[in-house]
Design a protein around this ligand. Structure first.
Ligand SMILES: [Zn+2]
Length: 291
């Protein structure tokens, strides 16, 4: 895999200064990172909004190096089922925030499950051809409604009441530019829904503490050069300050603890603590144009 490394001068979201948070290997670090071979990038944390990011930012020569075709056995029958609760709670919140919403855009639509799950006039963008093809052939999505395109290359007029970035923004090189572009597609009174990993995640903090006690400077935040290729972790403050720059405001914030990879019993013990201290894995924000 070939990378170009871009120097990052300031926080992508608020423009603030970053400080060194640690280092991240180009592979899973395990519990004994000193025994792992790989290259590492520096992980930074914004002093102002606590956005976590990579500096330098590694950009692969070809995006398909990161998001290549999954093996054919990835496509289990189950994968094509749409569960009753898919996007249900989030859609209910969106309808409270945008009464009478009609048009919906899903960025990173995959095989179109969310497009199918919402009772709205749904459109989508999907960058991966195998997903796009199955959305059309298996899920009954109309090719008029789904674009095969990267987000960067896609364009729409101002026509959507709701735009959703579900677990997408953390993969984009320039999340602030992505929000700015999406705002131009949003109808007055509309909402942008964004689900991202939180930089305050308790389990990451505990793992970082473990690495610190083991006298390494490794951290577990983000994964710029290995699966799942997360380039950023966000906070509510990142969006508040980004909104001041781009002209939007945070209408609502939800958090969820997620399912940490540490065994069900410990996870169920830590879940209430993460909820109480706002240190769960996931952050969901609802943004609207500033009034
Ligand atoms: Zn910042």
């Amino acid at each position: 895999m070939k990378y170009t490394f871009h120097n990052v001068d300031a926080c992508n979201m608020c423009g603030g200064e970053g400080r060194i948070w640690g280092r991240r290997l180009s592979t899973s670090q395990g519990l004994r990172p000193r025994k792992r071979i790989g290259i590492s990038t520096t992980v930074m944390r914004c002093r102002t909004c606590a956005l976590i990011y990579s500096n330098p930012l590694p950009i692969p020569e070809s995006i398909s190096d990161h998001y290549s075709l999954p093996p054919e056995d990835y496509w289990h029958e189950d994968y094509f089922q749409i569960s009753d609760d898919l996007f249900r709670d989030q859609l209910a919140r969106l309808k409270e925030l945008v009464p009478g919403a009609k048009t919906f855009l899903d960025i990173g639509a995959g095989i179109g499950k969310t497009m199918r799950a919402v009772d709205l006039d749904a459109y989508g963008i999907e960058a991966s051809e195998p997903f796009y093809e199955r959305a059309i052939s298996r899920m009954g999505i109309s090719p008029d409604r789904l674009k095969l395109s990267s987000f960067e290359d896609a364009d729409y007029p101002q026509m959507f009441d709701i735009i959703s970035f579900g677990v997408v923004l953390e993969h984009l090189y320039d999340p602030s530019a992505a929000i700015e572009k999406a705002l131009t597609w949003l109808n007055p009174g509309g909402i942008i829904h964004i689900e991202v990993p939180s930089s305050a995640y308790l389990i990451s903090r505990l793992m970082n503490l473990y690495f610190w006690l083991a006298r390494t400077d490794m951290v577990v935040n983000i994964s710029p050069m290995h699966v799942p290729f997360h380039l950023y972790e966000f906070t509510e403050r990142s969006f508040e300050l980004n909104g001041e720059r781009l002209g939007y405001e945070v209408a609502r914030v939800d958090r969820y603890p997620g399912t940490p990879p540490i065994g069900t019993r410990i996870a169920s013990m830590l879940s209430p603590l993460m909820t109480m201290t706002k240190t769960g894995m996931g952050l969901i924000v609802y943004l609207r144009q500033a009034s």
